[in-house]
Design a protein around this ligand. Structure first.
Ligand code: GDP
Ligand code: IMO
Ligand code: MG
Length: 422
């Protein structure tokens, strides 16, 4: 069986931290979608690590880490990630396997991302500019360059043809994008050489054999359900399926082999980049969440927009993914709020609704809140469920009742040890 760990909001829920916490119970950690737009933070022994493409099980001796076919890989960023790991004596070449069918992000994909965003002006997606959209476009357009191509001498010709096409497309956008392609390509080739030192696999075959051998596998999602290409707040989304089904296509795992579906959410909500965000706060409360929660993007450093928990959106994510258990992150950040608000419905075109409408815009929709009592105790030193303050237990009980799924982990700080199991 393959368990899934999925972000249920707009990303940055704390997936990296929880995968790291859970890895001791698994033999294989596998990424199935997204690419270096992700920034997954892990903290232990006083050191903070940020991973973008490498699965969050890499620091554990016991686990193999698989980058699945659904992931898009930028060799330049990948090399940088590996270089960062060099000082930790991990012997990652033995623990990191890359699917041959994963697509490569070319330097020109990144440039195309920038050109597209510039051309959109005010309507820009707020992309991380890592070339994610253009790379998935080439994948579905059947033009992409894949990791497996690097095993054949013809890859350079394929690369050239694709890069030439991209240059024509960049020119089409007619925006001012400055670049030195030669320099970018040297860096790309260097990254490719590093990538080639790792083991390439057919991830579907590997996953199948691992399951037959009874290995325990955890699939690590990137981004979050509300950024899903189909079910997110389109077009302000990423270009992959971040929801449960993405793990089947992104690794080659059959749907009837999916076991537990672990859904992870923050005790409030954040979003980085553009797009609708019904519970967004522009007041002191939002500012407090951002400051206490240190809400800055792990990939781009941009400040994250903050707001109250949106239960309508969370219910939707629980439904779409078939979540079997929940993990609530950053409960510590809410300490000190006298009153907490949770959005339980929307007012949409004058009517009260309890679902996400097709067309969410901040001016046609406003949140309806239920207020709950806050708590003032510092949670960050707590290690047991019995220590949690009554008001937090009431908050949790309310969410469990509404979502009809148990909350099994409450996270009270960024460190591996600041994790309470219930
Ligand atoms: P991911 O993309 O889902 O892996 O999440 P990110 O790493 O982008 O963002 C989560 C941020 O919150 C990181 O800086 C984590 O170190 C931090 N974090 C995770 N869990 C907690 C928690 O329970 N409390 C606090 N205060 N910070 C947390
Ligand atoms: P993790 O895995 C938060 C957002 C971007 C932008 C939109 C499209 O760390 O949770 P893209 O670069 O994919 O074209 O950007 O999606 N976005 C994320 N937001 N966390 C992420 O990943 C994200 N990856 C992409 O900000 O709004
Ligand atoms: Mg992140």
């Amino acid at each position: 069986m393959v368990d899934l760990l999925l972000g249920l909001q707009w990303g940055d829920e704390g997936k990296g931290k929880i995968v790291d916490v859970l890895t001791k119970d698994y033999d294989i950690i596998a990424r199935f979608q997204g690419g270096p737009n992700a920034g997954h933070t892990l903290e232990f022994d006083g050191i903070k690590h940020v991973l973008h493409t490498i699965p969050s099980g890499i620091f554990h001796k016991n686990a193999m880490n698989v980058v699945g076919n659904g992931v898009v890989i930028d060799p330049v960023i990948f090399k940088r990630e590996l270089d960062n790991l060099d000082k930790f004596d991990l012997d990652y070449t033995k623990k990191l396997l890359i699917s041959r069918k994963a697509h490569l992000i070319l330097p020109t994909h990144r440039l195309l991302d920038a050109a597209s965003e510039t051309a959109k002006g005010k309507a820009k997606i707020g992309s991380t500019l890592k070339g994610i959209g253009p790379t998935y476009m080439d994948k579905t357009g059947r033009n992409g360059l894949r990791v497996g191509d690097l095993e054949f001498d013809t890859w350079r010709t394929k690369y050239r043809n694709l890069a030439n096409k991209h240059e024509a497309m960049i020119a089409f956008y007619n925006v001012d994008i400055q670049y030195d392609l030669k320099e970018l390509e040297d860096e790309f080739c260097e990254g490719v050489e590093t990538l080639k030192k790792l083991t390439f696999i057919d991830s579907e075959e590997y996953m199948f054999n691992a399951q037959r051998e009874g290995k325990k596998i955890l699939a690590e999602g990137a981004q979050g359900s509300l950024l899903d290409i189909d079910f997110g707040t389109y077009p302000y989304v990423t270009s992959s399926n971040t929801t449960a089904a993405g793990a089947c296509t992104g690794l080659g795992v059959a749907p009837n082999k999916i076991g537990r579906v672990l859904g992870i959410f923050k005790a409030y909500t954040t979003r980085v980049g553009s797009g609708p965000f019904p519970t967004e706060l522009f007041d002191k409360d939002g500012e407090t969440m951002g400051r206490v929660g240190n809400e800055f993007g792990a990939t781009t450093g941009r400040p994250r927009r903050c707001g109250w928990l949106d239960l309508v959106a969370l219910k939707y994510a629980v439904q779409v993914n078939g979540v079997t258990e929940l993990m609530m992150m950053k409960a510590d950040v809410l300490s000190g709020f006298e009153t907490l608000k949770v959005c339980t419905a929307y007012k949409y075109k004058g009517e009260e609704i309890q679902h996400l409408p097709y067309n969410i815009e901040n001016d046609n929709l406003s949140p309806i809140y239920k207020s709950l009592k806050g708590w003032s105790k510092d949670l960050t030193k707590m290690t047991k469920a019995e220590e949690l303050p009554p008001a937090l237990n009431a908050y949790i009980a309310f969410l469990e009742e509404e979502l009809q799924v148990p909350i099994k982990i409450v996270s009270v700080g960024p460190d591996r040890l600041q994790t309470i199991h219930r």
